[in-house]
Design a binder for this molecule. Structure first.
Ligand SMILES: NC(=O)C1=CN([C@@H]2O[C@H](COP(=O)(O)OP(=O)(O)OC[C@H]3O[C@@H](n4cnc5c(N)ncnc54)[C@H](O)[C@@H]3O)[C@@H](O)[C@H]2O)C=CC1
Ligand SMILES: O=C(O)[C@H]1O[C@H](OP(=O)(O)OP(=O)(O)OC[C@H]2O[C@@H](n3ccc(=O)[nH]c3=O)[C@H](O)[C@@H]2O)[C@H](O)[C@@H](O)[C@@H]1O
Length: 432
C-alpha cells in the first residue's frame, strides 16, 4: 500500500484521475480545484464530466477517507510530500502554451509548501518550465520534477493503472525517491531522465501521433484519387512491426484539448531556438484542410455538385465529440465541420450519445436526443464520431426519413454492406 501524502491541484481529466487512482493505491490524497461548483459536486461523489470508472473510484476514495476534495489552497499543501500540478495549459494567443494557471497556483502555495516537498508537473508544459518553476518558487528546500501524463480521455483510469511507460524528469535523489514510492505499485517501464527531456518527450509523443493521423488523412485523399481502398492499405501497412496499426485511421481531423495545442507549442518552441519543425507545421495544415475536405464532400453529396449551395439544405450530424467515449467537445473536428457547414447556410441537426443537451455556446447545430430525428428531412447524414452505437442503427428507418438517403462516414465506421443493403448510399473516406 502507498504511503505518500499527495496534493493534486486541478480536478479535471488528469487531476481527478490521478487523485482517485493514487488514493486507490493507498496514498493519502487531497485534490484541490478553484471551481467551487465542481468541488461541491465531487464532494458528493459526482464527477461532473464523463470518464468511465471515475465515479466509482471517487466514491470509494471519499468513503475510505484516503481522498479529500477541497477549494482550500494553500492549506491543502501544508502536509504534502508531493504536489502534482494538473491545471490547464491551453493554447495562448501566440500558439504557445499559456502558463497562467500554473503561475497562479505557484504564487498561492509558494510559502506554504513544507520543506522537502516535491512539486511535480503533470500538466503538459513547455520545455524549460521546471527551471522556471524553480525560479518562481524561490524555495531551495523544495524539489521540482516533471512527470508528463500520457493518459487518453475515455480510457483515463485504465491508462493510469497500466501505462505504456512512466516518464520522470528529476535532478535530485530526494525527488527520485519520492516519485519511486508514489508509483511503486504500477507495473510499467520507467524512464528516469532530466526535467527538460521529460517535458520534451510529452510534446514529441503527441506530435508523433498527430503526424501519423495527418499522414493517414493524406493517404485517404490519395486513395480516393487513384481508386484504392485506405482500409486495406492501412491494414497491410500495420502488419509491419516497424509501423504498427495504431493512429492510422483517417477521419475528420485530429482534435481534442491536447494534440492540436501541443503540436502548435512544439512548432513554436522549436522556432524559438532556430529549429524548423516544418513537418509538424505541415501536419497542422493537413488537419485544417481535412475539415474543409469533409465539407466539400458533404456539399457534393447533398447537392450533387461541387459548388452547389447548401443554403436551407438539411444536414444531419452523427457525433460531436472529438472522439468516441468522451463528452469532451474541446477542439473537436466535428464542431469545425459543423461551423463550416453552418457558414455555408446548411440547416444542421446533430446527435451525440455523450452530448444530450443543447450547447449553443459551442455547438453550431440543433442538438437532439435521438439519431432518427437527425435524419428527418436530411439530404445527407455525416458520421463524425465513431460511437459504437452508430453501428447498430436501423438503416432502413433512417433512409425512409431522409430526403436523399446518403451517408458520409468520415470514420469508415459503419457496416457499409448493411447500410447499403438497407437502401442508403454509403460513402467513406479514402475509398476510391
Ligand atoms: N485531457 C487529457 O487527456 C490530458 C491532459 N493533459 C494535460 O494536463 C493538463 C490538464 O488537462 P485536463 O485535465 O484535461 O484539464 P481540465 O480542464 O479537465 O482540468 C483542469 C482543472 O484545473 C482547474 N483549475 C484551473 N485553474 C486552477 C487554479 N488556479 N487552481 C486550482 N484549480 C484550477 C480547473 O477548474 C479544472 O477543473 C493540461 O496541461 C493538459 O495538456 C495531459 C495528458 C492527458
Ligand atoms: O496529452 C493529452 O491530452 C493526450 O492526448 C491524446 O489523447 P486524447 O486527446 O484523449 O485523444 P486521442 O485518442 O489521442 O485522439 C486524438 C484525436 O485523433 C483522432 N484520431 C486518432 C487515431 C486515429 O487513428 N485517427 C484519428 O483521427 C481522434 O479521433 C481524436 O480526434 C494522446 O493519445 C494521449 O496519450 C495524451 O496523453
Amino acid at each position: 500500500m502507498g504511503s505518500c501524502r499527495v496534493t493534486v491541484v486541478g480536478a479535471g481529466y488528469v487531476g481527478l484521475t490521478s487523485a482517485t487512482c493514487l488514493a486507490r493505491l493507498g496514498h493519502r490524497v487531497v485534490c484541490v480545484d478553484n471551481d467551487t461548483a465542481k468541488v461541491a459536486s465531487l464532494c458528493e461523489g459526482r464527477v461532473p464530466f464523463y470518464e468511465p470508472d471515475l465515479d466509482k473510484l471517487l466514491r470509494e476514495g471519499l468513503a475510505s477517507e484516503r481522498l479529500r476534495v477541497t477549494t482550500a489552497l494553500p492549506e491543502a499543501v501544508r502536509d504534502a510530500d508531493l504536489v502534482l500540478l494538473c491545471v490547464p495549459t491551453p493554447m495562448g494567443d501566440d500558439g504557445g502554451a499559456d502558463l497562467g494557471a500554473v503561475r497562479t497556483v505557484l504564487a498561492k502555495m509558494r510559502t506554504s509548501l513544507p520543506s522537502g516537498c516535491v512539486v511535480v508537473t503533470k500538466s503538459t508544459v513547455p520545455v524549460g518550465t521546471s527551471h522556471r518553476i524553480r525560479e518562481l518558487l524561490r524555495r531551495p528546500d523544495v524539489s521540482v520534477a516533471s512527470n508528463p501524463e500520457f493518459l487518453r480521455e475515455g480510457t483515463a483510469v485504465r491508462d493510469f493503472f497500466s501505462p505504456d511507460r512512466i516518464v520522470i524528469g528529476v535532478d535530485d535523489p530526494h525527488a527520485r525517491d519520492r516519485l519511486s514510492e508514489l508509483y511503486e505499485a504500477i507495473p510499467a517501464p520507467r524512464v528516469w531522465t532530466d526535467p527538460v527531456s521529460a517535458e520534451l518527450t510529452k510534446y514529441a509523443a503527441n506530435a508523433m501521433l498527430a503526424l501519423r493521423v495527418s499522414y493517414a488523412n493524406v493517404l485517404a485523399e490519395l486513395c480516393e484519387k487513384v481508386g484504392a481502398d485506405i482500409r486495406d492499405v492501412i491494414e497491410a501497412m500495420g502488419y509491419d512491426e516497424r509501423i504498427g496499426p495504431a493512429f492510422l485511421r483517417p477521419g475528420p481531423g485530429w482534435g481534442g484539448s491536447c494534440l492540436p495545442k501541443d503540436a502548435h507549442e512544439l512548432v513554436r518552441a522549436a522556432a524559438s531556438v532556430g529549429v524548423d519543425a516544418g513537418m509538424v507545421r505541415e501536419a497542422l495544415a493537413i488537419n485544417d484542410r481535412q475539415a474543409r475536405r469533409v465539407v466539400a464532400r458533404t456539399r457534393r453529396l447533398a447537392t450533387g455538385s461541387a459548388d452547389g449551395s447548401l443554403r436551407g439544405v438539411r444536414v444531419g450530424l452523427l457525433g460531436l465529440a472529438f472522439k468516441a467515449g468522451t463528452d469532451d467537445l474541446r477542439d473537436s473536428p466535428a464542431l469545425t465541420v459543423a461551423r463550416l457547414l453552418g457558414e455555408d447556410g446548411a440547416d444542421l441537426t446533430a446527435y451525440d450519445p455523450g452530448v444530450r443537451a443543447e450547447r449553443a455556446d459551442v455547438v453550431p447545430a440543433v442538438v437532439v436526443d435521438d439519431p432518427y430525428r437527425v435524419a428527418k428531412g436530411a439530404s445527407v447524414l455525416v458520421v463524425l464520431t465513431e460511437w459504437p452505437e452508430f453501428q447498430h442503427l436501423d438503416w432502413g428507418r433512417l433512409a425512409d426519413l431522409m430526403v436523399r438517403p446518403v451517408v458520409l462516414d468520415t470514420r469508415n465506421h459503419l457496416p457499409a454492406d448493411d447500410v447499403r443493403a438497407a437502401g442508403l448510399e454509403w460513402h467513406g473516406l479514402g475509398i476510391g
